[in-house]
Design a protein around this ligand. Structure first.
Ligand code: GDP
Ligand code: MG
Length: 454
């Protein structure tokens, strides 16, 4: 999803003015990208409609950087949809905090019921959250497996309990899931536990018998949190699963696992939208430390694949001289990008953390990096040396690289302490970059830097 949306935004951010037609075209692409990411159709419709309303507004079309305005609108809408941001007013903050964190108030032991399809990550996530609560809140945790069908599943939870160094309810053969749940709660009380995790049986599909069973367990133990654990890679099915569980159980939140996989991110959006339940945690790996408290902004960023735009803009505005950037952009547009400009760009890149740092932060930079690599590449270690080579040229040579014949190159090489081949490489890089920038026009590096500087 990130890549797809990245392309949409590449097309938008490369423009000066944006017409209503542009916005509509972008919305169509966003729609396709969301559908391809397995976001459910009704969710896509609502989402795109909401963005379109804002994006087609006067403000965007008339703004200087309409592309970025659209990116911002999409980003804000995503955050909103995923559960809001913590950065607004205090009231909102409290609401959001309540929604995104586990509720453990109540007379201990409180029960946390883990529900979801088999293989979604219930058992693993029980261990992860147990460790998290133990470490962060000094809670005394008891893990109980209600998976009577699969002895291996019980042993798996036992092993996780050992790793996390938390309590584990001994297995007694022949007990039903409901009986185990009751025993877990009474053992929890006797042992002075704060939280009892009830890890329910796996089911490959929604199954009425198991649904009745888990419903009875919920009634009996009155869990303070009933978490639906879902695999973020399952796509459309996730919505149906969420709906069905939500009908039968008093769910209080979602946990999305395998975010570390090549997830398309669509499930998160859909499940949240369909159930209205807050996403509480994300599973980010197989190990016990692979757990992240949910953060809407972070996930929106991941879905958009925008990288950390905010910090890029901050860093860029610190180091880029606005007038200089405008002048350079103008020259590049006219194809007058000379070696002086290249030297300045190399200097700015160094200040911004080198090419690697820049690329990571910039939206859609994957493509640009490929082009630059193809044009000879800009290696972080080389930035300084390349700059030194340019500084060893005379002003005329920098303005007019065609002047540089063998004897001049030899002089420049000697002056910068580099070889003639390396001098040639810089000249070649400049020529290719300048060609590329002419082709890319306003959407090139200069345009991007100019936009960021302002
Ligand atoms: P359950 O059947 O719902 O209890 O699922 P399990 O907890 O047994 O998990 C099934 C598989 O998914 C196991 O191999 C886990 O290691 C793996 N798994 C669970 N959560 C994550 C996650 O967040 N990331 C990755 N990569 N693997 C996970
Ligand atoms: Mg399990």
């Amino acid at each position: 999803l990130g890549d797809k949306l990245g392309n949409v935004f590449d097309n938008l951010t490369g423009r000066g003015a944006l017409s209503e037609k542009d916005v509509n075209a972008a919305m169509r692409e966003i729609r396709v990208a969301l559908l391809e990411a397995d976001v459910a159709l009704p969710v896509v419709k609502t989402f795109v409609e909401k963005i379109r309303r804002e994006a087609v507004g006067e403000k965007v079309i008339k703004s200087i950087k309409p592309g970025q305005m659209v990116v911002k609108i999409v980003n804000d809408a995503l955050i909103d949809m995923l559960g809001g941001t913590l950065s607004d007013e205090d009231a909102d903050k409290e609401e959001a905090a309540k929604a995104t964190h586990l509720n453990l108030s109540g007379r201990p032991p409180v029960a946390i019921l883990m529900a979801g399809l088999q293989g979604s990550g219930k058992t693993t996530t029980s261990g992860k959250i147990a460790l998290y609560l133990k470490k962060a809140f000094k809670k005394k945790i008891l893990l109980a497996s209600l998976d009577t069908n699969r002895p291996a599943a019980m042993e798996q939870l036992g092993m996780l309990a050992k790793q996390a160094d938390v309590g584990f309810l001994p297995i007694i053969k022949g007990q039903s899931a409901l009986e185990i749940a009751k025993r877990a709660m009474s053992e929890g009380a006797k042992g002075g536990y704060d939280v009892v995790f009830l890890d329910t049986a796996g089911r490959t599909t929604i199954n009425d018998e198991l649904m009745d069973e888990v419903e009875a367990i919920a009634k009996e133990t009155q869990p303070i949190e009933t978490l639906l654990v879902a695999d973020s890679l399952t796509g459309q099915d996730a919505v149906e699963t969420a709906k069905r569980f939500h009908e039968r159980l008093p769910l209080t939140g979602l946990v999305l696992t395998r975010i570390d996989g090549d997830g398309r991110g669509g499930a998160a959006l859909s499940m949240r939208a369909v159930t209205g339940l807050p996403i509480k945690f994300l599973g980010t790996g197989e190990k016990l430390d692979g757990l992240e408290a949910f953060d809407a902004e972070r996930l929106a960023g991941r879905i958009l694949g925008q990288g950390d735009i905010v910090s890029l803009v901050e860093r860029a505005s610190e180091v880029i001289d606005q007038k200089e950037a405008e002048r350079a952009a103008e020259k590049m547009r006219k194809g007058q990008f000379d070696l002086d400009d290249l030297a300045k760009q190399l200097g700015q890149m160094q200040k911004m953390g080198g090419m690697g740092g820049l690329m990571k932060l910039m939206p859609g930079m994957g493509k640009m990096k490929k082009q630059i690599d193809a044009a000879g590449g800009i290696d972080d270690h080389l930035l300084k040396q390349q700059q030194a080579i340019i500084f060893s040229m005379t002003p005329e040579e920098r303005r007019n690289p065609a002047l540089m014949k063998a004897s001049r190159k030899k002089r420049i090489a000697a002056g910068s302490g580099m070889s003639v081949q390396e001098v040639n490489k810089v000249i070649k890089m400049h020529r290719q970059m300048s060609d590329m920038m002419k082709k890319m026009g306003k959407g090139g590096m200069a345009g991007l830097m100019q936009q960021m500087g302002g």
